[in-house]
Design a protein around this ligand. Sequence first.
Ligand SMILES: [Zn+2]
Length: 106
Amino acid sequence: MSQPVPTSIARVADPAAAGAIEIAWSDGRRAVYAPRLLRDACPCATCREARAQPAPASLLPVLSPAETRPLTITGMAPVGQYAYSIEFSDGHSSGIYTLEYLRELA
Ligand SMILES: [Zn+2]
């Protein structure tokens, strides 16, 4: 079977969803993605490296002011036919999310 593709991508209108996006897929599936989930799953090299080396539990993470504000998705743009780049309110936008990866996260 061929890879399902998004037929629509929309911000969830419900304020309780905190800026989540909903993707409707060509196979009929609908999935809601919270900004934090997508940000934590960022596939760029920097984030993958950071996840591979978690800070020691004894150290409190130091949050920049941008990180303490609620995270939102500020932009989403297609990259070629099979991926999207997502820009977050913390200024991070180097992650390229393939359609396959988005399906995994659903
Ligand atoms: Zn990243």
